[in-house]
Design a protein around this ligand. Structure first.
Ligand SMILES: NC(=O)c1ccc[n+]([C@@H]2O[C@H](COP(=O)([O-])OP(=O)(O)OC[C@H]3O[C@@H](n4cnc5c(N)ncnc54)[C@H](O)[C@@H]3O)[C@@H](O)[C@H]2O)c1
Length: 267
């Protein structure tokens, strides 16, 4: 189940966190993986870890706000592995400031990574994905990292929430456009709850500040209680969902959002 034998994936922001775990799970499922990030040394370390698992992986410097970087990353994946079947638009940044404190520079940074990055990745990887989709029974796949904050309002980060809401509906729109054009590229989003990564830790600091304290542990406990399942998420929880959406097991899914949030948005 959820096998990716013979598939090639490009994952943005995969030096660490959910992206790095997704790369590992994809390699274990049989895929070849190109990972891009702005953290070059960490990205190369991640590739070495994937190779130690017996996987085929390359690192490419990829600032998702740069069209030239995207073109080079897609070309590197195609040149190394002969094509591209899967794009994971994973790179993202969190701000953790309310509307009164957020600045124009904050907004432009969030838009650049969370929105422009997804637009450029989709646009510049599309021709290679379309080419491979022609010969594949269930087509190629794009998985976009949205968030629960793209489904319901965030209590601590309205600008982040706005960008992830954009990713949610962009996913549906591109799924419809590619289907209408007969491109055989499925496009779906995934909506994590709070996940224990560097970004997750950043949300606890912001939540503490919002509560007017320095007690990050208390903020973490408060965040945990919002997840009815009784724990926070792990990068593996999300990587499992991404691998599923990218695999032929999700062959009848396009324009969908997979919520992996321990019940956060069920309330
Ligand atoms: N952690 C959570 O609680 C959570 C919840 C919901 C959604 N998400 C989303 O999941 C995705 C991954 O988050 P994570 O928790 O692994 O975060 P993380 O901060 O651990 O990792 C994000 C990665 O993106 C990279 N990145 C940042 N700016 C970049 C740029 N301009 N170009 C390329 N790479 C860049 C970072 O260097 C880092 O490696 C993000 O889109 C995030 O918004 C995370």
């Amino acid at each position: 189940m959820n096998r990716l034998d013979g598939k090639v994936a490009l994952i943005s922001g995969a030096a660490r966190g959910i992206g790095a775990e997704t790369a590992l799970m994809m390699v274990r499922a049989g895929a070849k993986v190109a990972i891009g990030d702005v953290l070059d040394e960490r990205g190369r370390q991640t590739v070495r870890a994937l190779e130690a698992e017996g996987g085929s992986a390359i690192y490419t410097h990829l600032d998702v706000t740069s069209p030239d970087d995207w073109a080079a990353a897609v070309a590197a994946a195609v040149s190394a592995f002969g094509g591209l079947d899967i794009l994971v638009n994973n790179a993202g940044v969190f701000l953790g400031r309310g509307i009164e404190d957020a600045t124009m520079a904050d907004w432009q940074r969030l838009c650049g990574v969370n929105l422009t990055g997804v637009f450029l990745g989709t646009k510049l990887a599309m021709p290679a994905l379309r080419d491979r989709g022609r010969g594949s029974p269930n087509g190629s796949a794009i998985v976009n990292l949205a968030s629960i904050a793209g489904l319901v309002g965030s209590q601590i980060d309205p600008l982040y929430s706005m960008t992830k809401g954009g990713v949610t509906t962009f996913t549906k729109s591109t799924a419809l456009e590619f289907a209408r054009k007969g491109y055989r590229i499925r496009v779906n989003s995934i909506h994590p709850g709070v996940i224990e990564t560097d970004m997750g830790a950043q949300t606890f600091v912001s939540r503490a500040q919002t509560l007017g304290t320095n007690d990050v542990d208390a903020a973490r406990r408060q965040s945990l209680t919002a997840h009815p399942i009784g724990r926070l998420g792990t990068a593996t929880d999300i990587a499992n969902g991404i691998v599923f959406l990218a695999s032929d097991d999700a062959g009848f899914m396009t324009g969908s959002g997979l919520v992996v949030d321990g019940g956060y948005t069920a309330q």
